[in-house]
Ligand binder design. Structure first.
Ligand code: PLP
Length: 400
């Protein structure tokens, strides 16, 4: 029979996708399901971006492109890094791939040797650990306290670093917690990194535009240029421009790293999709005004969700700085029993209870490496969010 390679031994289909598939199946069977699991904006891709793609097709931009991005797109990215982040990456320090996910994959495959360690503060996006595992590295999880805003502290970082540490992965604003690092939060971490020159830093900034209440987004390489030679600044158009299906992510890093990543890409996808690259160049260079409007709409939904959750006994939810997720504690409900007499022992049990008894799909904190919590993606209509909160509240009231 067929036996999967050992590098897949610790990797399964993402629990988020599994819950989503189960919820979709229940919906098809007639359950009035509200699915708060999706990691994508519910807005449409802007019209100017769609138009740029149509023009690219008509012009005949339908062939292989340069291996890691067209010169036009790389120039647009260079300009974006300069304009929005105060970063100065030359065109040959920029790489483009089929999503920020492929950027991460290329980076880990290009740099991680067997048993190299990669520090991942949790809660974290599930793919980080799985990509490290495919590259045959060892993820080192560092649980971050809700009281510390789910942020890694300098002493935690210092304690996690060993001679085998290859990378530190940071994500701000974060999926799943929505927590973001301010300049003051980054400074002590940067001090630690400067003391350990063998540690590389990967920052995932894909949610940078979705921040609230005047929070000032910053990225570490702009704060400390001495980090530039050993860092990779990752970004993409999926979240900011509602372009998840176009599959374009990009990064700035050292020439050597970017070159090695291109080798991985050359033997997997050859290049990102030509039409999507034209669309992404327009997204980054065209009008940006709708970003603020969309973020304002996300802010209203965040407020509604956080206030709604905090009004429920047993649930405790921190007000996130950004992204479109809340990561709420269900510690106050652990140990209670459902009307059918089933005990809620874990966040998994709680999420299953919500799925089966309230027809609301959310993702357990266990999927992100921190329990007992659950993640709500509030990238859905206010009406649906209100209904979901009512149902969660009623379901919690039935626990005894
Ligand atoms: N990074 C984080 C933190 C994410 O949450 C996601 C998507 O969910 C990605 C990267 C991947 O984005 P892309 O669509 O560019 O591959």
């Amino acid at each position: 029979g067929f036996v999967p390679a050992s590098r897949l031994s610790t990797i399964g289909v993402s629990p988020i996708l599994k819950i989503g598939a189960r919820a979709q199946a229940m919906k098809r069977d007639g359950a009035p399901m509200i699915i708060l699991g999706a990691g994508e904006p519910d807005f449409d891709t802007p019209d100017n971006v769609k138009q740029a793609a149509c023009s690219a097709i008509q012009r005949g931009d339908t062939k292989y492109t340069a291996l890691d991005g067209t010169p036009e797109l790389k120039r647009a990215i260079r300009e974006k890094f300069r304009r929005e982040n105060g970063l100065d990456y030359a065109v040959d320090e920029i790489t483009v791939a089929a999503g920020a996910k492929q950027i991460l994959f290329n980076a880990m495959m290009a740099t991680v040797n067997c048993s190299d360690e990669v520090i991942i503060p949790t809660p974290a996006w599930t793919s980080y650990a799985d990509i490290v595992a495919i590259a045959e590295g060892s993820p080192v999880f560092v649980p971050c306290e809700a009281e510390a805003g789910f942020r890694l502290t300098a002493s935690q970082l210092e304690a996690a670093i060993t001679p085998r540490t290859k990378w530190l992965l940071l994500n701000s604003p974060s999926n799943p917690s929505g927590a973001a690092y301010s300049e003051a939060d980054y400074r002590p971490l940067i001090e630690v990194l400067l003391r350990h020159p063998h540690v590389h830093l990967l920052v995932d900034d894909v949610y940078e535009h979705i921040v609230y209440d005047g929070f000032r987004f910053v990225t570490p390489v702009a704060l400390e240029p001495r980090l530039k030679a050993r860092s990779l600044t990752v970004n993409g158009v999926s979240k900011a421009y509602a372009m998840t299906g176009w599959r374009i992510g990009y990064a700035g890093g050292s020439r050597e790293l970017v070159k090695a990543m291109a080798v991985v890409q050359s033997q997997s996808t050859s290049c990102p999709l030509s039409v999507s690259q034209a669309a992404a160049a327009e997204a980054l260079s065209g009008p940006q005004h709708f970003l603020k409007e969309r973020t304002e709409s996300f802010r209203r939904r965040r407020d509604l969700t956080v206030d709604g959750l905090n009004a429920i006994e047993g649930i405790d939810c921190r007000n996130p700085e950004g992204a479109f997720y809340t990561f709420a504690s269900c510690a106050g409900l652990i140990g209670k029993s459902t009307p059918a007499g089933k005990r809620i022992k874990t966040d998994n049990d709680f999420c299953n209870y919500l799925l089966e008894e309230a027809s609301v799909a959310v993702v357990p904190g266990a999927a992100f490496g921190l329990s007992p919590f659950f993640r709500i993606s509030y990238a859905t209509s206010e009406a649906e969010l209100r209904e979901a909160i009512l149902r969660i509240s009623a379901a919690c009231a039935r626990l005894a």
